[in-house]
Design a protein around this ligand. Structure first.
Ligand code: NAP
Ligand code: ZN
Length: 347
């Protein structure tokens, strides 16, 4: 099946319209008519070559919401017409200890990313959601609960789960002080989710430009990291710091904000190393950790949690021909707070 898409032809080149081939619907597959695709900063890192060479042309997009158009003969979990979502992975081995534990993102054979990786057939390259249709194994298709507005739900499939998973793992909740570094796509979801979990939430942004928004989204406090007093005022205070920044930051300065036993979890994925001084950790039995998206069952749990708490992303819906402009704005930290492509504009 030949479908319309938007692709990066090579590293750093603007995205342009194209067509791509989608596989036949197999027994375990679901054909999804895509309605919306969020723009994650990971899409930009990938097509700009920040993370190394890529199998161009690359169709990015791993925050996908649409409706089921066809299901394979063995599929019992999804029906034609259902509203569904697909996130950052479309397959895994399903047999290793990590897959069996529901951590498919840490599959020992490597999870199959939604775009720019070799699929499990060993030959085709996966292509993402900036497209009108996608065929995905039913086990990696999520139910989008009724009541979640589809465009605003799309970013939950990456920004939502990537922040929900560490917040849950490190037990954000009543009595816990959580700081969120960077108020972009991931950051604004972290604020909403941590607030809904009952934690006391502080935003650490480069400036106070978005303070009003941050407080409206659920933060209790808001500080500018450009102000050196911030690091003195907040020293030794947080149980958990979630770093969502897409660029290199001075991790040691942020480790100094942790209370004894506190954890700084990095979800931001800058291409440069983030050097850590031993003394930033040993003085307060502090941890420096990382986390990558979340498993499939946990992603469903997150979607249900968001439906229950009325949480969606703050989105700016754009047409496909505005993608390159949106990339520039994300790179300039000028996103409030997620661009989402209306894929009907690709038709
Ligand atoms: P985003 O929307 O661009 O948000 C990043 C925010 O970081 C910006 O809005 C800005 O917030 C802050 N920032 C940007 N440049 C900065 C700099 N030089 N110094 C300090 N702060 C800066 O990006 P995103 O989509 O949320 O993604 C964030 C990062 O997470 C990316 O690296 C992405 O690849 C990664 N990611 C990781 C996973 C995972 O599984 N671990 C999943 C998805 C994405 P302020 O304006 O508030 O300062
Ligand atoms: Zn993402």
């Amino acid at each position: 099946m030949r479908v319309n898409a938007y692709a990066a032809p090579s590293a750093g080149e603007p995205l342009a319209p194209t067509t791509i081939e989608r596989r036949e619907v197999g027994a375990h597959d679901v054909l999804i008519a895509i309605e919306y695709a969020g723009i994650c900063h990971s899409d930009i890192h990938t097509v700009n070559g920040d993370w190394g060479p890529q199998p161009f042309p690359v169709v990015p997009g791993h925050e996908i919401v649409g409706t089921v158009q066809e299901v394979g003969t063995d599929v019992t979990t999804h029906r034609v017409g259902d509203r569904v979502g697909v996130g950052c992975m479309v397959n895994s081995c399903g047999e290793c200890d990590n897959c069996k534990a529901g951590d498919e993102q840490y599959c020992r054979q490597g999870m199959v990313g939604t775009y720019a990786v070799t699929d499990r057939d060993g030959t085709t390259t996966t292509q993402g959601g900036y497209s009108t249709h996608v065929v995905v194994d039913a086990g990696f298709v999520l139910r989008v609960p009724d009541g979640l507005e589809p465009a605003a739900a799309a970013p939950l499939l990456c920004a939502g789960i990537t922040t929900y998973s560490p917040l849950k793992h490190w037990q954000a909740g009543p009595g816990k002080k959580v700081a969120v570094v960077g108020l972009g796509g991931l950051g604004h979801m972290a604020v909403k989710i941590a607030h809904a979990m009952g934690a006391e939430v502080t935003v650490l942004s480069q400036s106070l430009k978005k303070q009003e928004d941050g407080l409206r989204l659920g933060a209790d406090h808001y500080f500018a990291t450009s102000d050196p007093d911030t690091f003195e005022a907040l020293a030794d205070s947080f149980d958990l710091v979630v770093n969502t920044v897409s660029a290199k930051i001075d991790v040691n300065a942020y480790l100094g904000l942790l209370a004894v036993n506190g954890t700084l979890v990095n979800v931001g994925a800058p291409p440069e190393p983030l050097p850590v001084n031993a003394f930033s950790l040993i003085g307060g039995r502090r941890s420096f950790a990382g986390s990558m998206i979340g498993g499939i069952a946990e992603t469903q749990e997150m979607l249900d949690f968001c439906a229950e708490h009325g949480i969606v992303s703050e989105v700016e819906v754009i047409s496909a021909d505005q993608v390159n402009e949106a990339y520039e704005r994300v790179l300039a930290s000028d996103v409030r707070y997620r661009f989402v492509i209306d894929t009907s504009t690709l038709a």
